[in-house]
Design a protein around this ligand. Structure first.
Ligand SMILES: *Cc1c(COP(=O)(O)O)cnc(C)c1O
Length: 223
């Protein structure tokens, strides 16, 4: 049995190898360790191993786990990678440092309002539904340009990039390539894409942030 700290080192080494192999700059890719469903006690060894960037997909869950961990470890950067309801914007802005899942004007406006109230400007990614799956969150590819413009110019959000979750039964490469293309034409430099099963591929397609959970923490128990 390997430990989470050991698996963290393996994932980091894989990312550095992929950066070199695909001609990316060393350190171009930020690893977001996705700790959803895991307890603070499971996360602690990964913090002790030096990891500081984490992802959570539920606001409530993050609010329970992270204030205590932030007391014990400095410079934690917490990313919201799950769907957000506008009535949770206040808690989300207070709990997280980066939001990956802006996908509706209502959410964009609610986030902006809270950021102003709290005096915290959080960088945001816009989630794109590259597979145009009806059950999945995200803006349809054809609507992204207009939504990016709205978020930046009308709402005043600090939009830094795009995020996607490819359909689980399709080769991810074409989705990563599509996200990169949409980002480039909108002048967006950050790409949040790639999970445990495909983060090395994502590095090849220009990911700047990979979101890796089970390859570090082990398989999740939702019961
Ligand atoms: C859970 C989750 C991940 C991590 O998934 P793994 O397959 O465990 O690496 C990445 N991104 C999002 C949006 C997630 O919800």
């Amino acid at each position: 049995m390997t430990t989470a700290a050991e698996r963290l080192e393996e994932v980091k080494a894989d990312i550095r190898k992929a950066e070199a192999g695909y001609g990316r700059k060393e350190g171009a890719v930020t690893l977001i360790a996705v700790s959803k469903t895991f307890e603070a006690e499971d996360i602690r060894p990964v913090l002790e191993a030096g990891q500081r960037v984490f992802g959570e997909n539920r606001v409530q869950e993050a609010m329970k786990k992270w204030p205590g961990l932030r007391e014990d470890f400095r410079n934690i950067e917490l990313h919201l990678i799950g769907p957000l309801q506008s009535n949770k914007a206040k808690e989300a802005v207070a709990t997280f440092d980066v939001i990956h899942t802006v996908d509706r004007p209502k959410i964009a406006k609610a986030l902006k309002e809270e950021m102003e109230k709290q005096g915290r400007e959080l960088p945001c990614f816009i989630q794109v539904n590259t597979g145009e799956e009806p059950q999945k969150a995200g803006i349809a590819p054809a609507q992204v340009d207009a939504f990016v413009r709205e978020c930046r110019e009308e709402v005043g959000l600090n939009v830094i990039g795009l995020m996607c979750i490819p359909p689980f039964d399709e080769a991810p490469g074409e989705h990563f390539a599509l996200l990169e293309k949409i980002a480039a034409r909108n002048g967006l430099e950050q790409l949040s894409m790639g999970m445990s099963s495909d983060y090395e591929t994502a590095v090849g397609f220009g990911a700047t942030h990979v979101r890796v959970g089970s390859a570090i923490f082990g398989s999740r128990d939702y019961t």
